[in-house]
Write a protein that binds this ligand. Structure first.
Ligand code: BG6
Length: 508
């Protein structure tokens, strides 16, 4: 890391202004998301001087905790508590408060307690009437919590603002997503709602937009005339861990495809938005509108992992995981061929794949350009090697790689693929970009909905995935399990991409 780069990144960070003073209320504060993402992200914002001043966080859950227990619990489970020192943590921890309550409380006692605690803290800490609610509970509780907040008049304020962050999955299908929106709109207005897809807030995903629309070099060739195919891979080494109950109801299609993968597809394929604001979501909706109806059995490969090895360690089959049925048909892997029928993309296949317990954890978007129309060098065939490839490395080793042909030094004329390589660590002097949740929370506190999907995007994405789920549940067309843990997924997914004469392109 050079000195120059450190100074640039610090200087950029210091230009951002913290959000207005407010209280963040987290529902489901004893859960995994709060421990893994929400509190560490708020703390990391604090370390960058990007949390509101004054500020308070109220955790609301059923367990018999108090403020002190909440603070200690968060400190013990946070990986990076020492990011900016013990003293800074103590300062941050003093902003954490706990209210014990039952989400389903019909008598409204729990919610009245919450309302009173919000008022007390506002008075004590001189915080204006701005409150951001974050639903990090099981999705089944969303409608009840929203209804109760409305009943105790916590959803509106005459002197400040109220906002609501809702975690994915947003519904289980199109119908339930519409119903959930309906329940929310009885209590909150659209400009108060922030539906989360944390992939949109990843630094590297936002950088895809900057790469496409902040530069002039690639946009003119970003179309069917120059691009052969697009590949999107989001692979994980992890299995389902302790989330067996959740996963048996969700599976990869609801957990990853309906949201993260389709968002990546939309950002890669969309037309240039007019501004970096709500017009971005307008363009992503148009991409979904242009997706050609899939032939499900030929263009969609599903899979489930059997036992195997990850990094030399034996791991069990999905059906042997805790809280998973022995004859479960829940998919842990999905690959698709998707065609977009519009002027820019007609005829260009988009291949998407994602899975648990695959060989490596990585997320990449790869643009495979067409071969040269003619190769003048004697003895060389036009083959896959002569294709230029642009790879957005979203995680890990974040960066962008452009592969092109070069002359190998020597007397003979030999061609070899080589790379231009942009990497976050060397360019910006940071080993890892800030987590997506930091920017999600920061934007919601600021009231900026740019990186939050709209309701109609969510309905349309369900309408693409619903027929696949329905068909698979009525008659699975592949035998499970069909891939070993530690592999790159079912053979059928390799055959899917071979239908266009290609292989999956990954930078391992
Ligand atoms: C979440 C899914 O939305 O995304 C998880 O529920 C998945 O199952 C996670 O592991 C992947 O996110 P990331 O940021 O680690 O790629």
């Amino acid at each position: 890391m050079t000195k120059e780069y450190v100074e640039v990144s610090k200087c950029e960070m210091s230009k951002a202004v913290p959000p207005e003073p407010c209280i963040v209320v987290i529902f489901g504060v004893t859960g995994d998301l709060t421990h893994r993402e929400l509190i560490p992200s708020l703390y990391a914002l604090g370390c960058k001087n990007l949390i509101p001043r004054p500020f308070a966080i109220i955790g609301f859950a059923r367990r018999d905790w108090d403020d002190e227990f909440f603070r200690t619990e968060m400190k013990n489970t946070m990986k990076k508590v020492t990011e900016c020192g013990e003293k800074e943590w103590e300062h941050f921890a003093n902003k954490l408060f706990y209210v014990k309550g039952d989400f389903n409380d019909n008598s409204e006692d729990s919610y009245n307690r919450l309302r009173n605690r919000i008022k007390e803290l506002q008075d004590e800490l001189s915080i204006p009437d701005n409150v951001l609610f974050h639903l990090a509970t099981p999705p089944e509780d969303y409608s009840t919590i929203i209804d109760r907040l409305g009943k105790v008049s916590l959803s509106k304020s005459e002197n400040g603002w109220r906002r609501m962050i809702i975690e994915k999955p947003f519904g289980r299908d199109e119908q339930s997503a519409r119903k959930l929106d309906n329940d929310i709109h009885k209590v909150f207005d659209e400009e108060q709602i922030f539906r989360v897809d944390h992939y949109l807030a990843k630094e590297t995903v936002q950088n895809m937009l900057v790469f496409r629309f902040g530069n002039s070099g690639f946009e003119p060739i970003w179309n069917r005339n120059y691009i052969e195919n697009v590949q999107i891979t989001v692979s994980e080494e992890l299995g389902i861990g302790t989330r067996g109950n959740f996963y048996e109801r969700t599976g990869i299609l609801r957990d990853m495809v309906q949201n993260h993968l389709l968002q990546l597809l939309c950002l890669t394929a969309m037309e240039p938005p007019v501004n970096y604001d709500a017009s971005l979501q307008v363009e992503t909706v148009k991409v979904l509108d242009s997706i050609y109806e899939m032939n499900i059995e030929t263009d969609c490969i599903l899979g489930q992992y059997s036992e195997g090895e990850i990094n030399g360690v034996g791991v069990p089959a999905y059906r042997d995981e805790k809280n998973v049925s022995k004859d479960s048909i829940i998919p842990t892997y999905a690959a698709f061929k998707i065609m977009i029928e519009n002027w820019r993309w007609a005829g260009v296949p988009f291949f998407l794949r994602t899975g648990k317990r695959l060989k490596n954890k990585l997320a990449e978007v790869t643009i495979q350009f067409k071969q040269t129309p003619h190769l003048m060098f004697p003895g060389f065939k036009r083959d896959n090697l002569s294709r230029n490839v642009l790879t957005f490395r979203l995680q890990p080793d974040e960066g962008i790689i452009y592969t092109f042909m070069a002359k190998q030094p020597g007397a003979e004329l030999k061609l070899r693929p080589v790379n231009f390589n942009f990497q976050y660590d060397t360019a910006f002097g940071i080993s890892e970009p800030p987590s997506a949740y930091q920017w999600l929370l920061f934007d919601a506190m600021k009231g900026d909905q740019t990186l939050f999907p709209r309701g109609d995007w969510i309905y349309k994405s369900w309408s693409i995935i619903d027929p696949v789920i329905k068909k698979w549940e009525s008659q699975p067309w592949l035998d499970l399990p069909n891939y070993a843990s530690g592999s790159w997924g079912p053979d059928a997914a390799d055959k899917l991409i071979k239908t266009v004469g290609c292989t999956w392109n990954i930078k391992e």
